[in-house]
Ligand binder design. Structure first.
Ligand code: ADP
Length: 619
């Protein structure tokens, strides 16, 4: 039969429609679901599909001759495949591994006449002994046994003994042969022991008892010494679990729960290189022109977890070594989130610090403000009391004068012939009464004149007002002003400072009297009321029949130094305002019906309220 080159590529000369199907046989030698074959198969197919640009149909065949003796089944297999592919136009046969290549080479003419054969995963050592037919090309692989041993000794410099383990299968023996050739050339500093043709159980027991200066080089175990078929990957996993020393190997699938490292050709690369070659053949290039390709270069691949398990320093690995299964630490995994969280925490800390500092400054300012208020209030009281001097002098003089008159009367009585003791007693009683009266005035004044920190106590509001009105009474009389009270007797006690609240009353009543200087004497009246407001607060009002306040001045009254009086200081109302507010209340002015002005201030009744609480502690 003539060799007719079948072309799938659009650019090449072809007798087929451009979208005709490419048929490719993938000839495997083992279980196609082994991890190694899966990796190779996927990479090969992907590369072919990507490069050919036409629909490709793959036919996967497995000879399974790694496990079943080849001679026993070969003829029947050839007959079956010949029958199967008779009449079907197969454009390429991909031979995976040495046995498949030999089979395809021997029987390809019969089963897939004139079809190019492209191999991969065939070792260079095998190919060196062979001359291939022109219709065969492929990508060889190098089993890097010696570089793997070098790598192992580099990672375990204290090694004195190398135990090479392999099974009893054909493939295993091929690797043993390669290993002997590679290792025997080494200088005899290290003992090399070949543990071959053993069962898995024997091998497992042996690796569990190795001394610390030993390492294991695992080749493969397709079949154990007891004839049991195995998957090498599973064998190495079991050996690694039982071993007292690290294990090294040459196949990629031995990584992950198996070997520590090795000089390994990646299956992905092998598959892709082979796929690329198949695609070129499918697009029209002749296998004879392509030659056998350079082998896939193995390189260092290591398992990070095994390095950790055996305490091997990663820095001993050669540059560019592919370290796999690295466990990313929480720090690495959530790096930016952690950075962000730290940043937020820093920002929060800074913010809290700034707020605390601000609070400290505010406290300082509040404390200084409160102190200033106390000083100012005291100065204000001195000034106010100063205004009352004349009336007070009169108030004190009255009892003093009465005392003097009574003393004169007593003397005269005692000078008489028959002084009646009962009259003397009466005079003495009057003297005591007047003295107490004078003393009372002085006491009240002393309280008001003393410098006084703001305190908090439960006080009777009506009683507190009455006390201050008593002080003002003489002045009111002097000015012909009638002081009237309208008290709500049901007002509960409030939490506050007696002296400071009295100062508020002093200012308001004196202002009221001032405002009535031009009011007819018969109409001069100041009314002080207490009442409970609908919101529950206590309210004190001071109303007069004076000249009143123009509405445009209402807003200025409580501003410091605002005054309309010739000798006024303009501080009385601003001090009153600060005292009321320190008690948690409000103060304002409004016109009084029928002329005059009304000043009102409120005080919270429950001393436990927040407002009162803030007011009570100026410092
Ligand atoms: P001073 O009494 O030193 O002027 P105040 O702060 O006590 O300072 O009062 C400020 C101003 O408010 C007074 O000058 C006055 O114009 C006005 N004022 C206060 N009380 C009354 C009132 N009862 N009637 C009318 N005006 C008033």
């Amino acid at each position: 039969m003539l060799l007719s080159l079948v072309v799938c590529g659009a650019s090449a000369q072809s007798d087929r429609a451009p979208d005709s199907l490419c048929r490719v046989v993938l000839l495997n030698v083992g279980d196609p679901l082994l991890p190694a074959f899966i990796a190779l198969d996927r990479a090969t197919r992907d590369e072919i599909r990507a490069k050919v640009g036409r629909p490709v149909q793959f036919y996967a065949e497995t000879l399974d001759m790694l496990r079943f003796p080849r001679a026993q089944l070969e003829q029947e297999t050839v007959a079956l495949l010949s029958k199967k592919y008779r009449g079907a136009k197969v454009e390429a046969v991909v031979a995976i591994e040495t046995t498949a290549l030999e089979f395809a080479e021997s029987h390809g003419d019969l089963i897939w006449p004139d079809t190019p054969i492209i191999f991969h995963s065939v070792p260079t050592s095998y190919l060196a002994r062979r001359t291939l037919s022109p219709r065969i090309t492929g990508v060889p692989v190098r089993y890097d046994i010696e570089p793997t041993l070098e790598l192992a000794l580099r990672l375990r410099p204290a090694t004195r003994r190398v135990v090479v383990i392999a099974g009893a299968g054909e493939f295993d023996h091929e690797l043993i042969r390669l290993a002997r050739g590679a290792i025997e050339g080494r200088a005899g500093k290290i003992d090399v022991e070949f543990l071959v043709d053993r069962s898995l159980a024997e091998a497992r027991a042996a690796v569990g008892k190795l001394p610390v200066d030993a390492i294991v080089l695992f080749l493969s175990m397709v079949r154990g010494g007891d004839g049991a078929p195995h998957t090498s990957r599973n064998v190495v996993t079991q050996l690694a679990a039982a071993s007292s020393v690290p294990i090294f190997g040459i196949f990629e699938t031995y990584l992950s729960d198996g070997i520590v490292a090795g000089s390994i050709a990646s299956f992905e690369t092998q598959g892709r290189r082979a796929g690329d070659l198949v695609a070129r053949v499918l697009k029209g290039e002749r296998p004879a022109d392509l030659n056998v390709q350079p082998p896939v270069q193995p390189g260092c691949i290591a398992d990070w977890r095994q390095l950790k398990r055996w305490g091997i320093d990663e820095s001993l690995l050669p540059d560019g070594c592919d370290v796999r299964f690295r466990e990313i630490s929480t720090w690495e995994r959530y790096r930016w989130q952690i950075d962000l969280a730290i940043l937020v925490m820093f920002a929060q800390t800074a913010l809290i610090g700034a707020l605390l500092f601000q609070r400290y400054r505010r406290r300082q300012a509040e404390s200084a403000g409160a102190q200033l208020r106390v000083e100012l209030a005291h100065a204000g009281r001195l000034v106010t009391i100063g205004e009352l001097t004349a009336a007070i002098a009169h108030e004190v003089n009255q009892p003093l004068g009465a005392i003097l008159a009574n003393v004169d009367s007593a003397e005269m009585l005692l000078d008489s012939d028959d002084p009646r003791i009962s009259d003397v007693r009466q005079i003495l009683a009057d003297i005591r009464k007047d003295d107490l009266r004078a003393n009372d005035v002085i006491k009240r004044l002393r309280t008001l004149l003393a410098k006084h920190e703001m305190t908090r106590e439960r006080i009777d509001l009506n009683e507190t007002i009455l006390e201050v009105l008593r002080v003002l009474e003489p002045e009111a009389q002097r000015r012909h002003v009638e002081l009237v009270t309208e008290f709500d007797d049901g007002i509960p006690r409030i939490l506050g400072d007696r002296v400071h609240l009295q100062q508020v009353l002093l200012n308001l009543v004196l202002n009221a009297m001032d405002a009535m200087a031009d009011t007819h004497v018969t109409s001069r009246r100041v009314t002080v009321r207490t009442a409970r407001r609908p919101d529950g607060d206590a309210e004190v009002t001071v109303s007069d029949r004076g000249h009143g306040i123009a509405s445009e001045h209402l807003s200025k009254l409580f501003v410091s130094f605002y005054t309309t009086k010739q000798r006024g200081m303009g501080l009385g109302l601003s001090i009153a305002k600060s005292i009321v507010e320190a008690h948690g209340g409000r103060i304002w002015a409004e016109p009084y019906r029928g002329g005059g002005a009304t000043f009102r201030f409120t005080l919270p009744v429950t001393g436990d309220s927040g407002r009162a609480a803030t007011a009570e502690r100026p410092a």
